[in-house]
Design a protein. Sequence first.
Length: 155
Amino acid sequence: MHPKHYRIRLFFDICYGLAVPIACLSFVDFLKNIRLGYATIPCHILAVALWVGARVLYADFIQWREMKRLGARPIPCVSGKWPGNVDILFNMMRSYKTSYLVDPYLELFEKYQATTLNLRILWVDQVCDKLEVLCLACKWIIFHFFVVTLSLAVD
């Protein structure tokens, strides 16, 4: 889908992530003539969580099978203390206020002794390479240098 249609894509993703498990649960309730009563909302939330978990496990299985077929090695995954590596995300956001842009990444590269890492934030593969991170830092420095230089030249 074209990037300018991101709202449509977001709508379909939300429908697929929420509407499908809720509709499946409601359909099973209708077929079996089950009335959940006060447990309706918790059961629907549980159905969505199970649906998302099943999708993540299925995607991991497909990647693992493809990796074995190609004879590849897995990229080291960062493992955080909280589910979905949310603590890693919070640490990165916190350190952006007080340190350089790439410091959190460089700390992770040092900790895992690797040049490529899979951050896996919110169970989504986010692969970052040390060289790519350093190039990003260089671009950021050059951009700020030119912004400062141009702002001084205008004054």
